[in-house]
Design a protein around this ligand. Sequence first.
Ligand code: SAM
Length: 353
Amino acid sequence: MTELQQVTDKLLTEGNITREEAIVLLNNRNKDTQALLASKASETAKSIYGNRIFIRGLVEFTSFCRNDCYYCGIRHSNKNASRYRLTKNEILACASHGYMSGFRTIVLQGGEDAFFTDELITDIVSSIKSEHPDLAVTLSIGEKSRKSYQAFFDAGCDRYLLRHETADSEHYAKLHPSTLSADNRKRCLFDLKDIGFQTGAGFMVGSPYQTIENIADDLMFLKALRPEMVGIGPFIPHKDTCFAGHPHGDLDLTLYLLSVIRLMLPSVLLPATTALGTIDPHGRELGILAGANVVMPNLSPEDVRAKYNLYDNKACSGAEAAEYLNSLKEEMRSIGYEIVTDRGDNAEFILNR
Ligand code: SAM
């Protein structure tokens, strides 16, 4: 048996691999192993969630950001970025529109925008929850103090998405200014888990300077954190950032990692991301067939979608839009899956509550 086969067997039987084994898996990736892991990963997802695909209505409510992440199109120093913020009423209208269309989870995502104080965020969360008690609310608004996270939780927020971006401090420092650190990002994630949020971590595949060892460290970080959600998607360059012209992340490597993550964390909620759908017209379906079980259509008002421009050619029309939910349903049906009206909680989280 080759080293790759031994590691693959271990992943399939125990769902648990070491950093060294992850490196073997990544260095020796081939078509047969990729196909085997994808089929086992999608079987695993089906054994827990059936052929159900959960949808999250994404509301990108502000493109203002105080941070200057070198890869991101809405970074503070990008003077060409169009800045906008939705009002509380506009955000509530998006939530209601989503609810009427069949969404039972809404994700409020934005840059780190001081206009949205903790008081305003808690007010928005509690207003949504009082209008729609069975709508899960997810926030994705970056790094905050534990006290702020607690206030969001107490207001009724159910989930929080904060990709760790990269678990390696040196790699982190090549992607971010010195005001940001991998340690603080991780502190936030452990705080969020501890408070009781269903918590999402994740990283970009193919980000500048990323090595195989970095990815192995990311997998080990996920193993230690045990997040309820993991968001991974290819890095895609943005023309007004430091990494313009850098190649985008590899489709097959992203799909391979989706399968590995599903096998390591069987009940994880794993989106086939917008970035995956941006680098390949069938990226989303391929993601589902590799073990993903979530898609996140855009629920933001039409006139701001193009302004939340994280990377070049970001998909923000067609099946990405909530209005195109029907074509998304068709797309999923064509590969044997059903989009469902459901909060789509993490099965293990619900069991251990
Ligand atoms: N401010 C919040 C935060 O920091 O988590 C949420 C917004 S942030 C723009 C959302 C995610 O977009 C990041 O976690 C990052 O992984 C992803 N992203 C940013 N620029 C990207 C790029 N060029 N390619 C792919 N993903 C990107």
